[in-house]
Design a protein around this ligand. Sequence first.
Ligand SMILES: [Zn+2]
Length: 251
Amino acid sequence: MTRRTFLAAASSLALTACTAGRRGVATGTSTTGTAGTPGSPPPASPPGPAGLRPARFVARGSPNGVAFTFHGSGDPALLHALLGAAARAGAPITVFAVGSWLDQYPDVARAILAGGHELANHTYTHPALGTVGRAAVAGEITRCRDALTRHAGSPGAWFRPSGIDVPTPLMLDEAARAGYATVVGYDVDPRDYEDPPSAAVLERVTGGLHPGAIVSLHTGHTNTVDAFEAMVGAARHRNLTPRLVRDLVAP
Ligand SMILES: [Zn+2]
């Protein structure tokens, strides 16, 4: 497959999957989900196999910074370009990786962690998770969890569903059952998976930034990678420090 074909295929996959079930709102709007309580203490204890408490849903963090979060899939060359940009900008990122991508490109998990970044669970095949049944939801979460464990040595702390903004109760149940006490959404969505020009990605992100913002971005898109350093600069200009999700959200 040529690089162009690969990119087109990867991009079309991401577009199909990422737009499914999405709201058609531009950027900077609050999600309809339950926002996390900034600065709230962590839950008393993690969920256990018996008497399981559903995972909680968080779409914004505490106001001591902002989190640039990425759907992780697509051309690994773009991932490496993004990691280079993040290093130059001195900005940590949190990558919600598609599990099959980790299996297909075994180097990406190591490269992400080596840069001081964070990895989390974004299903194994990135289906429109709201359209599949309980067994499939459970399988998507646990297969990605196991891929993360294989390639990163840890399942990560967070789950983010694919193709839907706000998780259903079923997803919260199955996330908890798989060991994830917290499901992390986002409250700034520049729709970068539609491949707008990088100036538009930048403008949509900067227009939505606020203390505690969780920004949704995608690793497999050139214009996102091109805009990233300027995004970090815009955040810092507003005294918003880029942080990992784990530094903005209680476990
Ligand atoms: Zn995604």
